[in-house]
Design a protein around this ligand. Structure first.
Ligand SMILES: [Zn+2]
Length: 454
């Protein structure tokens, strides 16, 4: 069956074959092509000379890892951000990566090639469109956002159609069957629901037909659904004006706004269609307003990309109370491997080699969060929500050797997932069950959809 037939029916279909060429990053690529043949041959020759025992060993080890077929769960990355952030973002899913450093925020850190290499078997592609950056002449901001999302959805369907090892799963049972057959699972999520669901047709188009499985109703700013979690940092404060209004509670800055009646109504309608509600970015008050609704539907609490508030110190980090709720009931947490989210983490000596003390940031801080969350709610309920291409930096180069690429360059892109996992396991001195995480995620997704069925 042709791939297009499987995809959603697009309203006002304006999909362009091939994608908008990207500015600075692609200019660099074109420039590279003009390097003379002589330079290329010389550099290849030098490379061959360097093929000494160490390199052979590295190649052998990496081959061993690729044969062991890891099954990572990635809960939140922006594969198609060039469509969501327009001209300020460099790179796209079908071209080479643009990010060259862990510090890069607005360059691509994920593309088709690196996703294939990553070992990720459950991938949640977060769809996002910034209303001002995707504004199109003659269209309202709401229509412009929808148009951007249609393009991102089409790219997802195109990718899956061209790569039969993937299935774009619209429901958990379909995903569980495919996973058991060795397939990779591609899910769609939507970050920020403001202005998206104006009419019943929007639910049909984006949920039923396109198959958006997870919705994060509130994003960086208070919207018609409710209050957003307070985030630290000057950049975020300027970007998200809501940050000027907060109250102090238990040492953290909190947004006093909860869910609006419109937000509650939207959550109910989404759950009725089988959507799993992501509580990331919600203020505590919004989460508490959402809880009775989720409980009535039997939905586990989902936080796709977060870190411990205990260290992060602002509302954007997950609270001890909500973690405890997950421990007693059920839920799933994606941890963000980013210095921005791991700020202020006090690393126990257990995770910090003696010659590196005191440890600050990096994989040691990540291990601290992972250990504390895993111990509290169970290690199969924590995966990564890396937010690659999501406008944030990632892990700086490791100060203490992990014998992975993280030592040299830090965490830049999704194809380093195996290295990230390996270095984390080294610091934790514990093997993490990838299959356990994947199966737990799929089981919880099934629970979240129980009321609506297939
Ligand atoms: Zn986010």
């Amino acid at each position: 069956m042709a791939s297009e037939e499987k995809g959603p029916k697009m309203k006002n279909e304006v999909i362009i074959k091939g994608h908008r060429q990207n500015n600075i990053c692609n200019i660099r690529l074109y420039f590279k092509r003009y390097i003379t043949a002589r330079q290329l041959i010389a550099s290849r020759f030098r490379g061959l000379l360097m093929l000494n025992k160490t390199r052979m060993l590295v190649i052998a080890v990496s081959m061993m890892f690729s044969l062991s077929a890891p099954a990572f769960v990635e809960l939140h990355s922006h594969a198609f951000m060039n469509e969501g952030m327009g001209a300020i973002f460099r790179g796209d899913f079908n071209h080479k990566l643009c990010a060259h450093s862990w510090r890069c925020m607005l360059s691509s850190k994920i593309n088709a090639e690196t996703l294939a290499k990553s070992g990720v078997r459950i991938f949640v592609a977060a769809l996002y469109a910034h209303p001002a950056l995707v504004l199109r002449p003659g269209l309202s901001w709401r229509e412009s956002v929808k148009e951007s999302l249609r393009r991102q959805i089409r790219q997802a369907y195109d990718y899956v159609a061209q790569h039969p090892e993937w299935i774009l799963a619209k429901n958990a049972r379909q995903a569980q069957r495919a996973y058991a057959q060795g397939k990779k699972i591609f899910l769609l999520s939507l970050e920020g629901a403001h202005g998206m669901f104006e009419s019943p047709q929007d639910f049909v188009e984006f949920i039923d037909e396109a198959g958006i499985a997870i919705v994060t109703p509130i994003h960086l700013i208070n919207n018609s659904c409710g209050g957003a979690a307070y985030m630290r940092g000057l950049r975020k404060s300027i970007f998200t004006l809501k940050n000027f209004y907060f109250e102090w509670k238990n040492g953290a800055r909190m947004n006093p706004m909860g869910l609006t009646p419109e937000g509650k109504d939207l959550i109910l309608r989404l759950m009725a269609r089988g959507v799993w509600i992501d509580l990331t970015h919600m203020s505590d008050r919004s989460i508490d307003d959402a809880l009775p609704l989720l409980l009535a539907y039997g939905q586990p609490l989902l936080f796709t990309h977060t870190a411990l508030r205990k260290y992060y110190k602002d509302e954007r980090g997950i609270s001890p109370r909500h973690l405890d709720w997950i421990r007693q009931n059920r839920g799933y947490v994606g941890l963000v491997p980013s210095e921005e989210m791991l700020v202020n983490t006090k690393v126990d000596n257990e995770f910090c080699p003696a010659n590196c003390r005191p440890c600050r940031g990096g994989v040691e801080a990540l291990a601290q969060h992972y250990y504390e969350i895993g111990t509290q709610i169970g290690f199969t309920r924590v995966a990564f929500g890396s937010d690659f291409s999501g406008g944030i930096s990632h892990l700086r180069p490791a100060r203490c050797t992990t014998q992975t690429s993280l030592d040299r360059v830090g965490l830049i892109s999704i194809d380093q997932m195996a290295d990230l996992q390996l270095s984390l396991e080294k610091r934790l001195q514990k093997t993490l069950s990838q299959d356990g995480m994947a199966n737990e995620f799929l089981a919880q997704w099934e629970l979240a959809q129980n009321r609506s069925g297939e």
